[in-house]
Design a protein around this ligand. Structure first.
Ligand code: NAD
Ligand code: TYD
Length: 340
């Protein structure tokens, strides 16, 4: 029986990872460490809350005392760090908290790993650390050797964390791995992100705000495929290594929005082009050769199926997102889109 500390487990990918682990490794124990920022939601974890193999601890990964106390109590074998400020648009408005959580928080966890000794520290990073690719070079993709070259305060903070993880591995022999995944979609995705925002706005017949010309390309992966990849890296990945995760599913934003509109039977007249994001990355594309070759991973959920499942989930879980969009999200939305 192994003990896992999963940080950020009340958010989108972390919660899906907890569900995956409870199903795949029912004998293991999971401790979710989450400070419940605007993006963390305890309701998401309802189904595991009373599970004897699960414990929830509300604390920030930047709180050294709380993190060290938890590590002393639980002596985790594995630490998987999902906790982060994750939204690029918010990082453009207020970079400070991104540096605190994403960099200092990661360092705090690494120090706690040194202190208590772990089998593995896994850093959940992002393809955004590689910067972007031009639209007219479809042959180019990010490999693990692509230089770090960031665009937003969000991606810069994630890149800084990756460098710290590598430094702690080399200098202090912390047994660490890093994964860099492309854009995820699926259940429990916070409504500020492209796909849930467009689904929810379309359901309300509200304008669908597409940044710039909508030509930016993202490489979309269904969230459970990401969770499976992290599980594989924890079990069989090589310490000190970076693994890119992606499923060769590049799509333009405007095509995603049109697909959502069509699936929901709404009018394309809802689509509204708005002022572009500052420093907006043009294209992300992951080369997943390494994880496929070394760990035999490849995606199981194709986009046509995944987007249908996602739309169905938002249709059948309206209480989950209505609680969010009726709260402080209103103020955020007004600030971000009110006069865009
Ligand atoms: P999210 O914003 O949905 O969830 C983040 C979670 O972290 C929330 O539960 C929040 O309460 C928690 N958190 C924030 N600050 C914290 C702190 N100081 N201490 C403890 N908990 C804190 O994010 P997500 O989309 O699930 O992303 C999870 C991770 O995956 C992030 O590290 C992100 O960089 C990375 N990632 C995301 C994507 C994507 O498409 N969403 C793609 C690749 C990588
Ligand atoms: P997002 O979901 O914020 O993820 P990321 O910025 O990490 O890729 O955005 C995905 C793409 O959608 C990105 O190119 C920005 C664009 N976008 C819009 O056009 N309108 C929106 O309202 C949002 C939130 C994003």
């Amino acid at each position: 029986m192994a003990t896992y500390v999963v940080t950020g487990g009340a958010g989108f990918i972390g919660s899906n990872f907890i569900f995956h682990m409870r199903q795949q490794h029912p004998e293991d124990r999971i401790i979710c460490l989450d400070s419940l920022t605007y993006a963390g939601n305890l309701e998401t974890l309802d189904s595991v809350m009373r599970d004897s193999h699960f414990r929830f601890v509300k604390a920030s990964i930047t709180d050294r005392e709380a993190v060290f106390r938890l590590f002393d109590e639980e002596r985790p074998d594995y630490v998987v760090n999902f906790a982060a400020e994750s939204h690029v648009d918010r990082s453009i408005e207020s970079p400070g908290v991104f540096l605190q959580t994403n960099i200092i928080g990661t360092q705090t966890l690494l120090d706690a790993c040194r202190h208590s000794g772990v089998k593995r520290f896994h850093q959940v990073s992002t393809d955004e650390v590689y910067g972007d690719l031009p639209l007219d070079r479809p042959d180019l993709m990010f490999t693990e050797e692509t230089p770090i070259h960031t665009s937003s305060p969000y991606s810069a903070s994630k890149a800084a964390a990756d460098l710290l993880v590598q430094a702690y591995h080399r200098t202090f022999q912390v047994p660490a791995t890093i994964s860099r995944c492309s854009n995820n979609y699926g259940p429990y995705h916070f409504p500020e992100k492209l796909i849930p925002l467009m689904i929810i706005n379309a359901l309300h017949d509200k304008p669908l705000p597409v940044y710039g010309k909508g030509e930016n390309v993202r490489d979309w992966l269904y969230v459970t495929d990401h969770c499976r990849a992290i599980d594989l890296i924890l079990q069989s990945g090589r310490v000190g290594e970076v693994y890119n995760i992606g499923g060769h599913n590049e799509m333009r934003n405007i095509d995603i929005v049109r697909l959502i509109v069509k699936t929901l039977g709404k009018s394309e007249d809802l689509i509204t082009y708005v002022t572009d994001r500052k420093g907006h990355d043009m294209r992300y594309a992951i080369d997943p050769t390494k994880i496929n070759r070394e760990l035999g991973w490849s995606p199981e959920v194709m986009f046509a199926d995944g987007i249908q499942r996602t739309i169905d989930w938002y249709l059948t879980h309206q209480d989950w997102w209505r609680n969010i969009v009726n709260g402080e999200y209103q103020t955020y939305y007004q600030q971000m889109y009110g006069s865009r």
